[in-house]
Design a binder for this molecule. Structure first.
Ligand code: FES
Length: 106
């Protein structure tokens, strides 16, 4: 039996997120950064670096990671985990693209 209660919410069109950039959405759980990679994949994580809370949405996307603008930790967008040797994890959220529209489960 599933206890899943959250539903997919429409955020914006995929084109509204800059390529290799992000868009921030405010949710009950805090600010969520939705990233768009060069392959038009999208990922959503808390807009809060696991190091000292830097705004990941202002970082640079490369491949499937984003570099934090404050002290350059690299965070994997798929898992929210810092790339070694750094250790930490920011929360990830389910996000998908359907018919060119970005949907988020937060
Ligand atoms: S706050 Fe992100 S690397 Fe320090």
């Amino acid at each position: 039996m599933s206890t899943e209660t959250s539903t997919w919410a429409h955020v914006c069109a995929l084109e509204d997120i800059p390529l290799l950039g992000s868009r921030v959405v405010t949710a009950d759980s805090g600010d969520i950064a939705i990233f768009r990679t060069d392959g038009d994949r999208v990922f959503a994580v808390h807009d809060k670096c696991p190091h000292k809370g830097g705004p990941l949405s202002q970082g640079i996307v490369h491949g499937d990671t984003v570099t934090c603008p404050l002290h350059s930790w690299k965070i994997r967008l798929e898992s929210g985990e810092a790339v070694a040797p750094d250790v930490g994890c920011t929360r990830g959220f389910d996000v998908k693209v359907e018919n060119g529209q970005v949907l988020l489960k937060a």
